[in-house]
Design a protein around this ligand. Structure first.
Ligand SMILES: *Cc1c(COP(=O)(O)O)cnc(C)c1O
Length: 227
């Protein structure tokens, strides 16, 4: 994954370069960079790389697995104030409580049962992370998320449960043009009155910004390839 572009200079860190590229994509799209949140996806990265990015001032991080997040982030939180942790991977029912206690935001609410479990636990503990609902825009059998045709009903159900739904999330199929999926997600969000769009990764975050992404999830382009 290359992280160079005309807007960047060689003495910038990869993190700086990604921020510059987001700013350039925003300028191109006539958007404010303040409207795009960069989530640094630190899953499976060695500690020295994560620390380096924390020391560069990044405070918003994403993890796929609750177990891995629980092993890393409580200690970082003590050391680096102001961390916001985003859970991005599919949740098992028995990990929901832990995810809710760990994270400020969950991007991967992918089925009614998980939404119901979140609502029950939120009632119990009196607080709930912000939520994105995952839409399986590519209708891939192996991928999490509700189908596009079920999205409106799922949003309505989550609203009925009084969940703090901030927006929608998708992971486009690896072998398809991402733009189609970004456009579809934006359309579903708009017709449901949802402002948040969690879309775009290392290979396509600029494209996602052009389609209205409010949250881009960038891992390897910041930290390097995962081991
Ligand atoms: C791993 C992951 C990312 C980051 O992927 P990169 O290609 O390394 O940027 C983003 N979103 C989700 C859901 C992921 O699992």
């Amino acid at each position: 994954m290359t992280t160079t572009s005309l807007e960047t200079s060689p003495d910038q860190t990869p993190l700086d370069q990604i921020r510059s590229r987001i700013a350039a994509a925003c300028a191109e799209a006539g958007r404010s960079p303040d409207d795009v949140t960069l989530i640094a996806v630190s899953k499976l990265q060695p500690e020295d790389r994560v620390r380096a990015v924390l020391k560069q001032g990044q405070r918003i991080f994403g993890e796929n697995r609750v177990q891995e997040a629980a092993g890393k982030w409580p200690a970082y939180r003590d050391e680096f104030p102001g961390i916001s942790l985003h859970i991005l991977g599919p949740l098992q029912s028995n990990k929901v409580r832990q995810a809710m206690e760990l994270a400020e935001v969950i991007h991967s609410v992918d089925r009614p049962k998980i939404a119901q479990t979140i609502a029950r636990i939120a009632d119990e503990i009196g607080t709930c992370p912000e939520l994105f609902l995952q839409i399986n825009t590519g209708e891939e059998p192996q991928k999490a998320g509700v189908l596009p045709a079920e999205a409106d009903a799922f949003v309505a159900e989550c609203r009925d449960l009084s969940l703090p739904v901030k927006g929608l999330m998708c992971i486009p199929p690896a072998d398809e043009e991402a733009s189609l999926h970004f456009a579809l997600l934006a359309k579903i969000a708009a017709r449901n009155g949802l402002a948040g769009l969690s879309m775009g990764m290392s290979g396509d975050f600029e494209k996602a910004v052009s389609f209205g992404a409010t949250h881009v999830r960038v891992g390897s382009a910041i930290f390097g390839a995962r081991g």
